[in-house]
Design a protein around this ligand. Structure first.
Ligand code: ZN
Length: 325
């Protein structure tokens, strides 16, 4: 089973990288620039900005991903539990895992990158310009930072879907149900709570009572068609695209920015490392996005005002000082 999952992921990643290479080949791209002033020129003129975000933007808030070395909950990683098969085999264990992740999120806060994006959306919105966040993250930190225009392509930890009636709704309860209270500890020696299925989160719609599942996109599932088509609309209409804290290897999100770049729209990547797509983006800003992004999206008018104010204070201070001498 594990072998099959890794094989599938390896094939998907190989396909994605081949497509990226084809797109890159279709358009000669120079080495990406890290010239912030040149980026600001594009940013100042852009009317529709798409911002793609991934795990890297939340990592700075301390949000665990349960992937890669050391990324375990008990003895499992996300790809072992975040599947429809795992949920149908053991809904209690999968709910413990998600309950733990929801509770952890209550202790985390949006970081400077989330705030810079939200502040940019609000500021540009007043000028009739549009910023849309397309995120792979399920932690709602963009929403908590104040972003409004968000497409969560992998769903949300704080939404549930009923397996009987299909109803999907926001759910921020803590704990999500009494039986999960104090459950979900990640210790590798911890035993499953084996909560009876009737005590797991249930649909509260009149006459339903069906079993709820987290409304997130699990491994092996398709993205929501409506969210995907809205994302494509945003990407087709944007005149500037930012890729923030995403490794650009998970399909289909990995194809979004290369497709934008292929039609000649500037793409700026903010990441800790180069990715398979970096070479055909216009800009690459290396470093923690909590540092690089606020500088890139800062309100220049405000900065200019502050500088001007500073100059006047300095001027009057100098005049008074001279007079007092
Ligand atoms: Zn229901």
């Amino acid at each position: 089973m594990i072998l099959r999952q890794f094989t599938c992921r390896a094939v998907v990643n190989a396909c994605t990288q081949a497509r990226i290479r084809r797109l890159a080949g279709s358009r000669e791209m120079a080495k990406p620039s890290s010239d912030l002033a040149a980026f600001r020129d594009f940013f100042a003129k852009a009317e529709n900005i798409a911002i793609l975000t991934g795990a890297g933007v939340s990592a700075e808030s301390g949000v665990p991903t349960f992937r890669g070395a050391g990324g375990f909950w008990r003895k499992w990683q996300a790809q072992d539990l975040a599947t429809p098969e795992a949920f149908s085999r053991n809904p209690s264990r999968v709910w413990e895992f998600y309950h733990y992740r929801r509770e952890v999120m209550l202790t985390k806060d949006p970081n400077a990158a989330h705030k810079a994006i939200a502040e940019c959306e609000e500021r540009l919105g007043k000028q009739g310009r549009k910023v849309t966040v397309i995120t792979q993250n399920i932690d709602e930190l963009h929403r908590r930072a104040g972003s409004k225009n968000i497409l969560e392509i992998h769903g949300s930890l704080f939404k549930t879907r009923c397996l009987s009636c299909g109803h999907e709704e926001a759910n921020h309860k803590s704990p999500i149900c009494p039986a999960l209270k104090d459950k979900g500890a990640p210790d590798p020696n911890m035993h499953d709570a084996q909560i009876p299925v009737e005590q797991l989160p249930r649909c509260e719609r009149a006459g339903c009572g069906g079993l709820l599942r987290p409304a997130v996109v699990w491994f092996g599932e398709s993205l929501d068609a409506d969210v995907l088509s809205r994302s494509h609309e945003v990407l087709d209409g944007c005149d500037l695209c930012l890729v923030v804290g995403t490794s650009s290897v998970v399909y289909p999100a990995a194809m979004f920015a290369p497709q934008v770049a292929a039609r000649g729209v500037p793409v700026a990547e903010f990441n800790m490392e180069n990715t398979p797509a970096t070479t055909h983006f216009k800009f690459h800003f290396h470093g923690p996005c909590g540092t690089t992004l606020p500088a890139a999206l800062a309100n220049l008018m405000e900065l200019e005002k502050k500088k001007t104010k500073g100059f006047f204070y300095f001027y009057w201070y100098s005049v008074l000082k001279l007079q007092s001498c």
